[in-house]
Design a protein around this ligand. Structure first.
Ligand code: FAD
Length: 414
């Protein structure tokens, strides 16, 4: 007999949507997420279109529904192996140690006691975080995490001693457990293309050349600058900002496809700048601006900004001057003129790469040359969201709903 339970791997918008759709009609749903928080990449944005609302809007409602519908959620977990057949899978899940037990009240005393800092993954290395940390408002469950590998000798003991609630557990060894499910939804999303590979554009080494996701963090109220757009090198407000579209995208040496969302993301970033730096000059260098469907209206609105220039041109090189200002070598595709332009801050519109690209999946799934999942349905495994192809949030949610429907058919129709 088929097992009616459904496993969703990945707690971003696609996974959350799929989990809720399946739970809504009475299926037992397990949601497994590798981070200590839910929400995926959307949680790292300042605002998201089409409505330009903060991530909390939308996600908070989803989290409430996850609780109400009793979706069994496991964070800091990954799938280790999948055996069995469609309708009767046995899935081994590995949970990393958190070193903090349910006594935690998020009081923050452990963070104060920690002395070692490492680069914050959540803020894409723009700032450091302590080894005892809470990633985000959306930490799930609401508990601190201790990064034991990065602790200095004796530091874990000092952190434990500082906790007033006896919530620090240095002996936590993690956990491995099995889940029996009938269908699996794979919604592991995307990662930003690695700037270090863009050697002609500074290879991620120029302080005032940031990625589009770093720019999201710079503009976010819970980001490293409290939402002020400042140059990473000296904390000054930039007066001239450039965006380089297709940074590594549509390029056979890097990502040989369009990530669909980057033009819209940069236009959205122009709205952040206009709100926070009303006098700043902005130039967007593009190959062609892609704002599909109704997004064209957004483009027309943003393009009316008289301090914004949209320049059809390819940025060939970025270097920096002594004061760390980036200098772009750019060829204007309309006039044919090649020249140098100096800016205070440059944003590289890097594309979305499937998060599983380059790694071996614990379940046999067909992927294309870029790592996007293109198969699995015949085996009772259904891909959703950006694990499948580059998408915006709205379409991501639609694929989550579609995957849930297929997963339900797989267990009910047997
Ligand atoms: C600069 C930029 C700005 C953007 N702004 C917007 C916007 O304003 N509006 C909009 O509509 N879209 C925007 N997008 C696109 C948006 O980020 C995506 O549509 C959305 O993140 C897709 O959700 P997802 O759930 O498919 O993937 P993700 O958000 O990547 O979520 C996937 C989840 O799976 C988890 N995961 C990964 N691997 C594993 C594993 N092995 N095991 C368990 N869990 C795993 C991840 O930790 C993550 O939580 C933007 C994209 C970029 C690049």
């Amino acid at each position: 007999m088929s097992n009616n339970s459904i496993l969703v791997v990945g707690g971003g918008f696609a996974g959350i949507t799929a989990a809720l759709e399946a739970a809504e009609v009475g299926h037992e749903v397990y949601l497994v997420e590798t981070n200590p928080y839910l929400g995926g990449r959307v949680a790292q944005l300042n605002q998201y279109f089409p409505k330009l609302c903060p991530p909390s809007c939308g996600l908070e409602i989803q989290f409430q529904r996850i609780k109400n519908l009793k979706v069994k959620t496991f964070t800091m977990c990954e799938v280790e192996s999948v055996t069995g057949t469609p309708g009767a899978f046995d899935v081994k899940i590995k949970q990393r140690p958190r070193f903090v037990n349910p006594n935690c009240t998020m009081c923050g005393e452990c963070e104060k006691a920690a002395t070692t800092s490492v680069k914050s993954e959540f803020d894409f290395g723009l700032v450091d975080r302590k080894v005892a940390y809470s990633t985000h408002l959306f930490a799930f469950p609401q508990r601190y995490v201790i990064d034991a590998d990065a602790c200095a000798p004796g530091e874990m003991d000092a952190i434990k001693a500082a906790c007033p609630y006896n919530a620090v557990d240095p002996d936590d060894a993690g956990n491995t457990f099995d889940l029996q499910v009938g269908s699996i939804i794979w919604a592991t999303g995307w990662k930003p293309y690695d700037m270090a590979k863009l050697t002609n554009l500074g290879a991620g080494k120029l302080k005032n050349v940031v990625s589009n996701m770093q720019f999201e963090r710079l503009a976010a109220p819970n980001g490293p600058t409290g939402g002020q757009i400042l140059r990473p090198s000296d904390g000054r407000a930039p007066k001239r900002i450039a965006f380089v579209q297709c940074a590594g995208s549509r390029d056979e040496n890097h990502l040989n496809y369009c990530s669909y969302i980057c033009c819209m993301a940069s236009l959205k970033h122009v709205t952040y700048i206009r709100e926070k730096l009303p006098e700043a000059q902005v130039v967007v260098y593009y190959i062609d601006l892609r704002t599909p469907g109704r997004y064209d209206n957004f483009m027309q609105k943003v393009a009316a900004d008289d301090k914004l220039s949209l320049v059809k041109g390819k940025v060939a090189k970025i270097v920096e001057c002594e004061c760390k200002s980036p200098i772009l070598t750019v060829e204007d595709a309309v006039t044919g003129i090649k020249g140098e332009e100096r800016f205070d801050l440059v944003v590289l519109a890097t594309g979305m790469q499937p998060s599983c690209a380059g790694s071996k999946l614990p379940v046999e799934l067909a992927v294309d040359d870029d790592g996007f999942i293109i198969g699995g349905a015949d085996m009772g495994v259904y891909a959703a969201g950006c694990a499948k192809l580059p998408l915006d949030v709205m379409k991501t949610a639609q694929t989550g709903t579609g995957a849930a429907l297929k997963a339900i058919q797989n267990v009910v129709g047997r």
